[in-house]
Write a protein that binds this ligand. Structure first.
Ligand code: MLC
Ligand code: AMP
Length: 505
């Protein structure tokens, strides 16, 4: 039987001339496919040499760099489960992930070491290494003499490749277990659907610790054996300058509104580009229309989730509909059901449920949760609401889960409310998403203070910044006497959303 390790699939598609570039980096020489093979082998040999065995978790909280990509490939090769963490997560957030996932090794930014080393020691994690944006740190020095060759470990399609934490409605994050088979099936479907060509060059400006940047973008390129321009962070002007020598761009809607704010974005600048893909958050129909008017390109919107990979995509050839996320990708089934899981008629809005080889097997160590999240016939409940047109195009109409998506990052209000309620002078709180011109939605907090002890807005924001990743910090804090509640005593967030929709008191 073939080795179903995802890396083995990539390797079978690498260019014959391994000196071809994989990464065109911010400064210095490109990283070739030969470099990627040797570098990932070195890290894989090193980790295996420490005694890590297939199935062990490796938690990684680093800034984007070529070495971070090599470390991911190394984990695939050694059969280790890669656990990427947003570099914005703070001490308390990381502590939860490490306690829950019990990794054998942790790799983090040098600046995290003062709190990470004692945390790892407390949790019995023996292997802790640093990795900075330039590839320096103790990981590089400790692995310097490790062999540059490594026989990629044999894996089955159902074996664990990665764990990605997603927040939850209860405020407790869940580790989505993603298998080699999930990733391979989705990568093959996207590579085909988006018609990748041997000479494609992708601009990679997304972070490397979430599905969009790590899986969707990198996997298409690795399967294609072609190159990507690796930007440490998104910079609209730089992207526009590089459209002239690139063909594919992937971004969250905020990338597109920021591109549109640049006068340099026009037809001439985009004439070499083949496709612009958007996802991770709803793309406004007006962004789609404005982008086409300015560049002549119709943005190709797709829809997916950490737990499922990509589910639907507007077509490469044919009708790309503004406001729709397109039909189901081949191999994926999408259905719309009512509250009793009974399929709805075309055009009716209901719950989006999905099934396919791309859908994860469940959450890490949460058997009860897994029973609730899947139907008896194996469909996953996405928590999104939507409708299917008669010809199978999906339109996302909202979410049944209490979730805010800000600049492509997910924030579950419950987590922020729990943090707010711990602050001195705060009696209770409600967190909502409000419209934001740059991030689509922004986090706003509505707080009931203890009389006479009310903190100021600046104090609340400062206290949140010390605890939470920056994108979770409320952009505004509103103080009220009481929260609006329905007859059942439940906070009426729709009332608050309406009240603060204009972003004013
Ligand atoms: C940064 N900030 C954010 C934010 N990003 N606030 C809310 N939402 C965000 N997404 C904070 C900063 O800390 C700063 O706070 C202030 O907002 C302004 O920051 P900035 O300098 O403008 O931010 P920037 O570094 O330019 O980052 C913005 C961004 C980035 C949009 C480029 O957030 C980004 O790369 N987002 C992509 C997320 C992504 O990859 N999502 C895919 C998930 S996978 P202060 O207080 O310090 O001033 C998924 C599945 C799927 O969803 O379908 O793909
Ligand atoms: P995440 O948990 O970060 O993987 O985010 C997944 C969620 O992002 C989905 O459940 C949707 O709510 C949302 N999402 C992703 N792509 C789109 C899209 N194109 N349009 C609307 N929502 C999207």
């Amino acid at each position: 039987m073939n080795n179903e390790n995802l890396y083995a699939l990539f390797e079978s598609r690498f260019p014959v001339d391994r000196h071809q570039a994989l990464l065109l980096v911010d400064s210095g020489a490109p990283l070739s496919y030969a470099d990627a093979e040797a570098g990932s082998a070195r890290y894989a040999s090193f980790l295996a040499g420490l005694g890590l065995v297939p199935g062990d978790r490796v938690a990684v909280q680093v800034e984007k760099s070529p070495e971070a990509l090599l470390l991911y490939l190394a984990c695939l090769r050694a059969g280790l489960a890669y656990l990427p963490l947003n570099s914005a997560y703070q001490h308390g957030e990381v502590a939860y992930f490490l306690e829950d996932a019990e990794p054998r090794a942790v790799v983090a930014q040098p600046k995290s070491m003062p709190w990470l080393a004692p945390l790892a020691a407390r949790l019995g994690i023996r292997h802790v290494f640093s990795l900075d944006e330039e590839g320096g740190g103790t990981l590089a020095s400790a692995s310097r003499d490790s062999p540059m060759e490594f026989a990629t470990v044999r894996r089955g399609a159902g074996d664990l490749a990665a764990i990605l934490y997603t927040s939850g409605t209860t405020g407790r994050s869940k580790g989505a277990m993603i298998t080699h088979g999930n990733l391979a099936s989705n990568a093959l479907a996207l590579h085909k659907a988006w018609g990748f060509r041997p000479d494609d060059i992708l601009i990679h400006a997304l972070p490397l610790f979430h599905v969009h940047g790590l899986f969707v973008a990198c996997h298409c390129v690795l399967l294609n054996g072609s190159a990507m321009r690796f930007h440490a962070r998104f910079d609209a002007r730089r992207a526009i300058a590089e459209f002239a020598t690139s063909t594919v761009f992937m971004g969250v809607p905020t990338f597109y509104t920021r591109l549109l704010a640049e006068p340099g974005l026009d037809r001439g600048a985009c004439s070499k580009m083949r496709i612009f893909v958007s996802g991770s958050a709803p793309l406004l129909a007006e962004t789609h229309t404005e982008f086409e008017a300015r560049t002549g390109h119709r943005i190709l919107e797709r829809y997916g989730m950490t737990e499922t990979g990509m589910l639907t995509s507007n077509p490469l050839q044919g009708d790309r509909r503004a406001g729709s996320v397109g039909p189901a990708l081949p191999g994926t089934q999408v259905r719309i059901v009512d509250d009793d899981d009974v399929p709805c008629a075309a055009e009716a809005i209901g719950h989006v449920q999905v099934r396919g080889a791309n859908v994860f097997p469940g959450y890490w160590r949460m058997p009860e949760r897994n029973r609730e999240e899947f139907t008896h016939d194996g469909f996953f409940r996405t928590g999104d609401m939507g409708s299917l047109s008669k010809d199978g195009y999906l339109t996302i109409a909202g979410r049944s889960k209490d979730l805010i998506i800000t600049g492509g990052y997910n924030v579950y209000p419950k987590e922020i409310e729990l943090a707010l309620d711990e602050l001195p002078g705060v009696r209770e709180s409600a967190v909502i998403g409000v419209p934001h011109p740059d991030f689509g939605e922004a986090v706003a907090a509505v707080v009931v203070a203890v009389p006479g002890e009310a903190p100021t807005e600046a104090q609340v924001v400062a206290a949140m910044k010390a605890k939470l990743a920056n994108f979770k910090v409320p952009k505004r804090v509103y103080f009220v006497e009481d929260l609006p509640r329905n007859a059942m005593g439940k906070v009426q967030k729709n009332v608050l959303r309406e009240r603060y929709a204009g972003g004013t008191d």
